[in-house]
Design a binder for this molecule. Sequence first.
Ligand SMILES: *Cc1c(COP(=O)(O)O)cnc(C)c1O
Length: 957
Amino acid sequence: MAENRVPFEQLEQHADFIERHIGPSDADQQTMLAELGFDSMDAFIGKVVPEAILSHEPLALGDARSEAEVLDELSRIASQNKVFKSFIGMGYYNTHTPTVILRNLLENPAWYTAYTPYQPEISQGRLEALLNFQTMICDLTGLEIANASLLDEATAAAEAMTFCQRVSKSKSKTFFVSRECLPQTIDVVRTRAEPIGVEVVVGDHRTDLDQCDCFGVLLQYPAVDGDVHDYADTVAKAHAKQALVVVAADLLALTLLKPPGEFGADVAVGSAQRFGVPMGYGGPHAAYFATRDANKRLMPGRVVGVSIDSHGNKAYRLALQTREQHIRREKATSNVCTAQVLLANIAGMYAAYHGPKALKTIAQRVHRLTCAFAHGLGKLDFQVSTAAYFDTVTVRTGERTQAIHAAARTRSINLREIDDATLGLSFDETTTRFDVETLWEIFAGEGRAIPSFAACETAADDRIPAALSRTSEYLTHPVFNTHHSETQMLRYLRSLSDKDLALDRTMIPLGSCTMKLNATTEMIPVTWKEFGGMHPFAPLEQAQGYQAMIRELEDMLVACTGYDAVSLQPNAGSQGEYAGLLAIRAYHKSRGEAHRNICLIPSSAHGTNPATAHMAGMQVVVVQCDERGNVDVADLKAKAEKHAADLAAIMITYPSTHGVFEAEVREICDIVHKHGGQVYIDGANMNAMVGLCAPGKFGGDVSHLNLHKTFCIPHGGGGPGVGPIGVKSHLAPFLPGHHMLDKAGDAAAPVCAAPWGSASILPISWTYIKLMGRQGLKQASQVAILNANYIAKHLAPHYPILYAGENGIVAHECIVDLRPLKDTGITVDDVAKRLMDFGFHAPTMSFPVPGTLMIEPTESESKEELDRFCDAMIAIREEIRAIENGAVTADDSVLRHAPHTAMDLVGEWGRSYTREQAAFPVASLRNNKYWPPVGRIDNVYGDRNLVCACPPMSDYE
Ligand SMILES: *Cc1c(COP(=O)(O)O)cnc(C)c1O
């Protein structure tokens, strides 16, 4: 009997997450390896990763752990966070996320696992949601056009600064910032101004603007201490000197206050956090950016617009230069790529669920509570120094400041300490009359009676000046006046997500974007209140859980990358690039070499690279690639030598954007180092490297990672993301800092608003690494490479595969070349749209090579799914052959008419192919069919007839 007994370790493997994350079973992996001609994974990887960089050491991480164990550990860590009731304000407020939105949007993979809507036909749901967001922003700010989100309020203000410089006719190099702006906004604006030679003057908008010749002005509305200023005179003064005016405005306040667009502002920016998005210790939250119609073509970020499809029906798409950086490179106006789509959608839905009336009620209630509180403080002999306000007041507390502060803490309340003698309080939709009474008790001190709430509420006057009260309507569109019952909202959310293809339905084989499993266990902690409820400026001693998790994640990322230190602050890959180049810049400066400003970038680079270099004040010099897609080492040598005196850096991507492990990478790094430059390795392709090789070990000085690619944070339909940077020790002193952590003021400048950026989604990556352990992470990289090679091998007889390495092998992605099919008239677009009929999201189109598709399956896709995808690609190849054979023209082909909607199939049928061929080209579709909700969308029409807000209901009839 003992012989048949299964060993306990085997029983325990039942809990193995690795097998759940990795698609192909061990047996499938062996089959796939055999097909590729290898008898072991090690032999295979030995052929892919150059021996010179291949690591033979295990990662310095723990063993893989079960899902139950890891969640248990994290919940213990989370419980070390002391979530106090926050009255700190400063851009972050408590909010109630409507539970119907919490569960069916924020916690719903149909929403959070979607990709950026570059393929609009399969993205109509989230495009509609984003259009709602844009419409809401336009309505509330009183401006004409808004984008579909930026990263946070501070970076949005910085984007507004460079926007003003582009639009303004003033020749000045100065940007005026009101000293009453949020301090984190002022800091990030300063960070962004310095490298591009803009001088920031911070002053009193009432007195200091007169003497200041500037191209733009930034104001806060309401101001950081709560004051609601009438900015009409300031705007007039600014306009008289050709300066543009940016108003950073609070959306909830705008339901009661005259909107910026009505007092002459040219731009409004701000955060949509308090519309239902938890504070999350700083993020992620959607920032907004709105401006006048005349300036729309210079606006940063993505904009959703309305167009028509092949049937003439209304359809949504990303409007205007959707991949701006890829087209304009270092002339791009901004490097923002991943933004905050999921959070923008939450905010838009919050507005749709409440509607204009309830939103106004929420704002009025917050205001009334604030007024009543201030009135009561007067009765307790405190002086409230704010005269006109919405939700925030400043109180002179003199010698009692520390005592009040301490009393608040004992009751789990955080106040804002403005200085030794002043406290600030901000109220929000979660504030109750009980909170107000508690605060009075705290201010009153031991043994002193507090005033009556009812009496104070009745006696207190409203504090919004009549001249600044809002009279205009907002959110009048039916979408904001229909979905107020839970049933309606539930169905609206469902109807939208049903239109979209996300990872919960199909693989999304997007090269360079790494759309892999976002495991449910990884997502669970995100909405724990211990993580969601923390204010980013809460005292560190209350955030010990966060601090422990953050330090551990930093250490684990150090282990994965081979660097010495990590900063988790940057809230997207683009921001990581920026932080990395700023570190390089500061390093050169510290050595008396501030003149170094040349940044070498290979022609194949992702568009964010040149755009970022430009923002960091560097001059881009393009290095050629050879016919295999590798950096042309001779050209690199020549350019490094030529610019040796001024060489600041090179930015390379590894494995390259062509999906190749370049054997010469060490040599490339050496050449740059020899000429005094630093090596930036874009780590977006880290999914091919974890556990196999490390950028910090083969010559990189700094890299960003995309936690929303390699480390399992879902893409959210275009954000959130996290773009931490790893650096070698010599760059560590130049990692981004934050004023909240550094009262002395000698840390490096921050790149975003919150000290740890999008802190509340870091548990996703922490959980992933813990679950996989050192073995699992390495296996993930191996299988990612195996899956890509399996696809390459299966497609190679049908399509040329570009840029295989020396031995015919690719890295974790492969490029299918469609250019040889050009004579048939078939384009990448036709193939991408036809894939939708098969239920697939297209691979990355025309990057890095025009006329190609870049396929990255990732390790999480099973052999069956890879086969299903290959079958689709091969079937499409056969359809193209019918054109080659002259049986049908491209215009009449099933490809050109793709994608096919259900409506397409009814009624008269005059096509060159059957209805079955249109909708069910392979048998498996009979079982599981996705119907594209619209036909192919006309991009040109959309840009010519730009509409970026919800169309009137009459358009639908
Ligand atoms: C995704 C990507 C980026 C940009 O990252 P975001 O998080 O979208 O800002 C940069 N470089 C490469 C190679 C990428 O694939």
